[in-house]
Design a protein around this ligand. Structure first.
Ligand SMILES: [Zn+2]
Length: 215
C-alpha cells in the first residue's frame, strides 16, 4: 500500500510521523508549550543541577560494563524531583501529559551524543575506557568510533525487531530504537493498605550500549 505520509511530516527530533505538515506544525507548537517553565517551579541553584547531572552520569557509567555479554538495551532509573528534571531537560521535551504525569525526550541522529554532552556538561557521559583501549559506549546513531574493530553483541530478537522496522514489516514504531536515547520522567503512585498514598517522580534514561576495541 503506498504511503500517504510525506517525508517532511516527521519531527526530526523525536521521530514522530504525522499525516501531513499541519500535524507537524501543531506538534511543534505543543513542544514549545511543553518547554515553557511551569509557574510552580522555582529557579534551582546551579550547583544542585550540576550535582544531579553528576549522579546521572555516574549511574550511566555503572551500566557501561566491560562484559561483552551484557551489551544491548539498558535503563538507568532514578528518583528525581520534577523541577530538577525540568531544569536539566527543559527545552528538549517532545511529549508531556499533566494528567498522566509524564515527560518524554528522545534523542536520535548522529548529533545526539553531542547534544547530551551539552545538556550534561560532560564529553564522557556515555563512554567508559578500559585497559587495552577497550571502550564501552552508549550507542548514538553513527557515533561508533572509527577505525576500530567493533565487537557488538546484539540480542537476536532485538536484531529481528530492528530489521523488521527497517523493512517496514512493523508499522508501529517501538518506544525507541537502537541508536536512540529515550528519557522519561514519570510520576508513580504507591497505595498502601491503610489508605496512605505516596507519590514519587522517576527519571528513566533508556539507551543501548556497545563495545569497541583497537588493537
Ligand atoms: Zn518531536
Amino acid at each position: 500500500m503506498p504511503s500517504t505520509i510525506l517525508p517532511d511530516a516527521e519531527c526530526i527530533t523525536c521521530g514522530k510521523v504525522f499525516k501531513n505538515s499541519k500535524g507537524l506544525t501543531r506538534h511543534k507548537q505543543y513542544v514549545r508549550r511543553y518547554n515553557l517553565r511551569h509557574q510552580g517551579f522555582n529557579e534551582l541553584p546551579a550547583n544542585t543541577i550540576a550535582e544531579f547531572k553528576q549522579i546521572l552520569i555516574t549511574e550511566i557509567h555503572r551500566k557501561l560494563s566491560l562484559n561483552f555479554r551484557s551489551m544491548g538495551k539498558k535503563l538507568v532509573s532514578l528518583p528525581c524531583p520534577e523541577s530538577i528534571f525540568f531544569s536539566v531537560f527543559g527545552g528538549y521535551i517532545h511529549y508531556y501529559s499533566s494528567a498522566k504525569g509524564i515527560y518524554k525526550c528522545i534523542f536520535r541522529g548522529c548529533d545526539s551524543y553531542h547534544v547530551l554532552s551539552t545538556i550534561l556538561n560532560s564529553n564522557h557521559w556515555g563512554k567508559k575506557v578500559y585497559s587495552q583501549n577497550q571502550q564501552t559506549y552508549v550507542v548514538c546513531l553513527n557515533n561508533s568510533p572509527q577505525n576500530l574493530s567493533i565487537i557488538e553483541e546484539i540480542d537476536p530478537l532485538e536484531q529481528l525487531l530492528q530489521s523488521s522496522i527497517k523493512h517496514k514489516k512493523i508499522n508501529r514504531r517501538p518506544r525507541f530504537l537502537r541508536g536512540e536515547i529515550l528519557i522519561e520522567w514519570k510520576k508513580r503512585t504507591f497505595k498502601e493498605i491503610n489508605g496512605i498514598v505516596n507519590i514519587a517522580g522517576y527519571l528513566n534514561f533508556n539507551f543501548y550500549i556497545a563495545q569497541s576495541c583497537s588493537y
